[in-house]
Design a binder for this molecule. Structure first.
Ligand code: MN
Length: 522
């Protein structure tokens, strides 16, 4: 067993610009192109192969005189983005074609019409979306928010736009070393602010982690270097600990005849740093906090039972902390994450987090929604659709000013989630800190506006009551009720905020009109 490849190594190697003679360069380009085909072999048919070749030829021709800041041929970039789509997000065909073409319309003389003629409406639509949202952040702050809004509108048309945008950003972050200092800082901060949370929301955990680590590398280079070095130095010790810890579990799993894989990975550099800052502790106090992951091969029908069986094996050998049991198999997170987490005491007296999941769950956790689509016979209504429709509601609300919107959006991206229930037992996902009033607006804006209080688990509470996971909520309404100014302080969801603001504004307008009427009558 070994630690998986560290993102930081990937970034470091690709930063070395490769300077080759023209012949060798051509060979290298072809080699990288063939690697894409290999990576998406499983999902590809003959038509896809042809289309990908056409996209590659066009991109190669269009970018032929361009070089990256590192001196490399520009085509390395679209090839790398296509490779991320295929290998790390797990998408094929159209996604790879669009990734190869993503900078063609923006940076070369080829037009959208050319793309549509050579490919089709769908490909042209995605490339158009990508062209429109690129360079989004090069302007003033209000323009940023406005464009970000457009970007999300495009996202609701085809989610591949946003996935390619994230892959594009990931490759630019991996090769950020060739950029001037001021650009590095700007790109790294907006990556941490926008792209990493977006990747997280879409369930792309490994990409999110890498984006955060790369961002830290440029915003806090000293911190990054020192933690990376210390992780390297403590690697042997960590591996030995993992080996000892998993020995009895492995023996038992073998005896039961399970097919499994066990991974032990340290926390990411960024999460170690976040913890050091938050708890004001040293590296030595957090570096050995890591998660052991047990991935089992299990058919869909028995995966829940098998996961709990493994849980039982683990807790036969180690005492679990009852407060740290998380069951995201019975209730998956809104972004599709499924797993069983427990924290147990090792023989050395150290707490170790153990994550138990099946191969299918692991793939979803690592690759996000793309993996979801692969297993879609199980997901009836994907949580992604729900997320997109939520974003759409926000965008369509006339009251949501672009900048307010981005604040609210950021809040929702960063917040953790709670699960609550309607009186009929329907489950709703809300950000942590949500109140009874947020829940009322979540049900319907009419119910929100007429809300006078709530019954939580049959107990009467005020509308400012903060909800906890598992609460069952009945909203009490009155026809005479209407939104008050102080309600804004009692909600956290973007939806409730924008609805209350809109209602207050409408009320003020009516009051002013009544006032006018009154004075003209007298
Ligand atoms: Mn690009």
């Amino acid at each position: 067993m070994s630690e998986p490849k560290q993102p930081l190594l990937k970034a470091d190697t690709s930063e070395e610009p490769i300077v080759l003679d023209p012949e060798a360069e051509k060979k290298e380009i072809l080699k990288r192109y063939r690697a894409i085909l290999r990576a998406c072999k499983a999902t590809m048919d003959k038509g896809d192969r042809k289309m990908i070749r056409k996209a590659f030829d066009l991109s190669l021709e269009a970018h032929k005189d361009m070089r990256r800041k590192s001196g490399e041929p520009y085509i390395f970039h679209p090839i790398a983005v296509a490779m991320i789509m295929a290998e790390e997000i797990g998408l094929g065909g159209v996604s790879i074609v669009c990734a190869l073409l993503h900078d063609v319309v923006e940076d070369t003389q080829y037009t959208l019409e050319d793309i549509e003629k050579l490919f089709d409406k769908k490909v042209a639509g995605i490339v158009d979306g990508l062209t429109k949202i690129s360079g989004v952040f090069d302007h003033t702050s209000s323009l940023q928010a406005e464009n970000f809004r457009k970007m999300l509108l495009t996202l609701s048309d085809d989610v591949r736009v946003i996935l390619i945008k994230i892959a594009d950003r990931l490759h630019n972050m991996r090769t950020l070393g060739s950029m001037p200092k001021d650009k590095q800082l700007k790109i790294a901060s907006e990556t941490a602010y926008l792209y990493a949370p977006l990747a997280h929301r879409l369930g792309l955990y490994s990409i999110k982690t890498e984006l955060d680590d790369l961002s830290l590398k440029y915003t806090e280079p000293e911190v990054f270097k020192s933690i990376a070095l210390k992780l390297q130095e403590s690697k042997k010790e960590r591996e030995k600990f993992i080996l000892d810890f998993t020995k009895p579990i492995k023996a038992e799993l073998d005896k039961e005849g399970y097919k499994y894989e066990i991974k032990g990975r340290p926390k990411s550099i960024n999460s170690i740093w976040t913890k050091m800052k938050k708890q004001e502790v040293s590296f030595e106090e957090v570096y050995d906090l890591f998660a052991i992951r047990i991935i089992i091969d299990s058919p869909l029908e028995t995966e829940k039972a098998d996961s709990w069986k493994v849980y039982s094996i683990v807790t036969d050998h180690f005492t679990p902390n009852p407060d740290r049991l998380r069951d995201w198999i019975s209730t998956p997170k809104a972004n599709g994450y499924e797993s069983l987490h427990t924290t147990v005491m090792s023989k050395e007296g150290k707490w170790v987090e153990v994550q138990i999941r099946t191969r299918r769950m692991d793939e979803i956790a690592e690759k996000g929604y793309a993996a979801h689509w692969k297993y879609k016979e199980k997901t009836t209504e994907s949580a992604l659709d729900e997320w997109i429709s939520r974003i759409r509601e926000l965008l369509e609300s006339p009251e949501s000013n672009a900048l307010d919107f981005i604040d609210d959006f950021k809040l929702n991206l960063f917040a953790d989630e709670i699960f609550v229930f309607t009186p009929k037992g329907e489950i709703k996902t809300l950000p942590v800190g949500s109140t009874a009033l947020d829940f009322a607006f979540e049900i319907h804006s009419d119910i929100g506006e007429k809300c006078i209080g709530a019954k939580i688990n049959h107990r009467l509470v005020p509308l400012s009551y903060k909800l906890n996971s598992g609460d069952q909520i009945e909203i009490l309404t009155s026809a005479k009720q209407h939104p008050k100014d102080d309600w804004l302080a009692n909600v956290v969801t973007a939806k409730a905020k924008s609805k209350i603001k809109a209602a207050l504004k409408e009320e003020r307008r009516k009051l002013a009109e009544d006032g006018k009427k009154f004075s003209s009558e007298s």
